[in-house]
Write a protein that binds this ligand. Structure first.
Ligand code: NDP
Length: 450
């Protein structure tokens, strides 16, 4: 079939998705990117077409929407929206994080849940896909307010989740503190101590390396991509965005591998430290962001480096870029600037951080572009390992978990290469989409029309 025939099929399919899910722009974007890869594959494998796998995989199995009323420190009633998208359970219980951020809406969570299905399949572990969260903004709230909110959130969510049903984790705005409050409330309501959430504290069922996993994994993935050209991270200049969980541990592992991280950011701006963010400076960032809950600008004041208010770090000259903040944080112009400045490796710690224009620029430039659903799968992979340890009632050492994580990232790279190699170029988008799809699609076929 000719390329324009595939394009017509994608257009026809997307018209239906947009009509059925109006105003969910991020969901449309995520589906289109996957469908572009899958349509030619499905035409070659018509059994999936007859079973309407593509139509089914784009429709969540269940969407739960609920009210979260809570009392703030002044005794005033606040109301937020709560969501859980149970997207696909063909290969295991729903699994995916919770996001607390004022921008959260149905379309954003559906895009994240959709991507999660393919990502979880790529990890080789038995996990379905889900995502959830709230438009609650933890910024500026006291610990007490965050706890009251989390307790109210779980007072509804507890009836829908469980260790064999749906196992949420953290995402933007949900770290160890929030997982603790959510777990405490679940345990109280259910009167059982089970692995219902991942990202738990070490003393109460958490896994070593889970906090580090996404940032470490995205770095391992970058290293695997570089290996295909006989290179490594050592000596490379790396631009990272964000300064939260993923950005912090990507900085740690890149530095350990001998790379130099020169930028970090938050939603207010970015810092540029040409000497590199070494171990001691990273410790400062971790304290600033995780304990003091301050702004990245304070780094520039402390170390006397440049701070660029309201900007993203993609104008900085670098060899490797690791977007680790949020969706659509690299647009077409920024992608062009990166490539023009000599950047030739992108390893996405965040989910869908590159717009479709940016992705096209990376693919046309034939650089090493690792999309989030492959590059950031390390987080959910170690969540899967946390579930295994909870079921076994055992805990593995740091070395054991890290070596399993490293192997999983190598296997994901190999899957992307298997389905994405085209001569001397690896299209990791194609590789991740098809590689993630096949296992889920085959499981759906085996389970009948459900
Ligand atoms: P955190 O909440 O720990 O950190 C998020 C960082 O990104 C903060 O620096 C935040 O700045 C910045 N940020 C958030 N929203 C925006 C925005 N709209 N514009 C600009 N900057 C923004 O989250 P994580 O590090 O956990 O997550 C980062 C990304 O990684 C997300 O895309 C997430 O989905 C993805 N991811 C996370 C995984 C995990 O294990 N945590 C697993 C896989 C993917 P500020 O403080 O100013 O808001």
């Amino acid at each position: 079939m000719a390329n324009n025939a595939y394009e017509a099929l994608v257009k026809e399919f997307m018209a239906k998705i947009i009509a059925k899910n109006p105003a969910e722009t991020e969901f449309h974007q995520a589906v289109e990117e996957v469908v572009e890869s899958l349509v030619p594959y499905i035409e070659e494998n018509p059994k999936y077409k007859a079973a309407k796998i593509l139509e089914r995989i784009c429709e969540p199995e269940r969407v739960i929407l609920f009210r979260i009323p809570w009392l703030d420190d002044k005794g005033e009633v606040q109301v937020n929206k709560g969501f859980r998208i149970e997207m696909n359970s063909a290969i295991g219980p729903y699994k995916g994080g919770l996001r607390f951020h004022p921008t959260v809406n149905l379309g954003i969570l559906k895009f994240l849940a959709f991507e999660q299905v393919f990502k979880n399949s790529l990890t080789t572990l038995p996990m379905g896909g889900g995502k959830g969260g709230s438009d609650f903004d933890p910024k500026g709230k006291s610990d007490n307010e965050v706890m009251h909110f989390c307790q109210s959130f779980m007072s509804e969510l507890f009836r829908h989740v469980g260790p064999n049903t749906d196992v949420p984790a953290g995402d933007i705005g949900v770290g160890g503190r929030e997982i603790g409050f959510l777990f405490g409330q679940y345990k109280r309501l259910r009167n059982e101590f089970t692995g219902v959430l991942t990202g738990k504290g070490r003393e109460w069922g958490g896994s070593l390396i889970r906090p580090e996993a996404t940032g470490y994994g995205a770095t391992y993935f970058a290293e695997e991509m570089l290996k295909t050209r006989g290179e490594s991270i050592k000596g490379k200049v790396v631009a990272i965005s964000g300064s939260g969980n993923v950005a912090q541990f990507a900085t740690e592992k890149v530095t350990e591998f001998g790379g130099k991280v020169v930028t970090l950011s938050d939603s207010s701006g970015y810092i540029y430290d040409p000497n590199g963010i070494d171990k001691e400076k990273l410790e400062y960032v971790m304290h600033l962001k995780n304990i003091k809950r301050g702004r990245i600008k304070e780094y520039a004041e402390k170390y006397g480096v440049e701070y660029h208010e309201g900007l993203r770090p993609w104008g900085v000259k670098c060899d490797i870029a690791m977007p680790c903040a949020t969706q659509n944080e690299i647009n077409g112009d920024e992608a062009k600037t990166l490539v023009d400045n000599g950047c030739y490796v992108i390893s996405e710690g965040a989910n869908m951080p590159s717009t479709p224009d940016a992705v096209n620029i990376f693919l046309e430039a034939r650089i090493l572009y690792g999309p989030g659903k492959a590059a950031n799968a390390g987080g959910v992979a170690v969540s899967g390992l946390e579930m295994s340890q909870n079921s076994l009632r055992l805990s593995w050492t740091r070395e054991e978990v890290d070596s399993k994580l490293h192997q999983i990232m190598k296997d994901i790279h190999a899957t992307c290469e298997k389905f994405g190699r085209d001569g001397d170029f690896i299209d990791y988008v194609q590789g991740a989409n098809i590689g993630g799809f096949v296992k889920v699609a085959d499981a759906m076929m085996a389970q009948g029309v459900v």
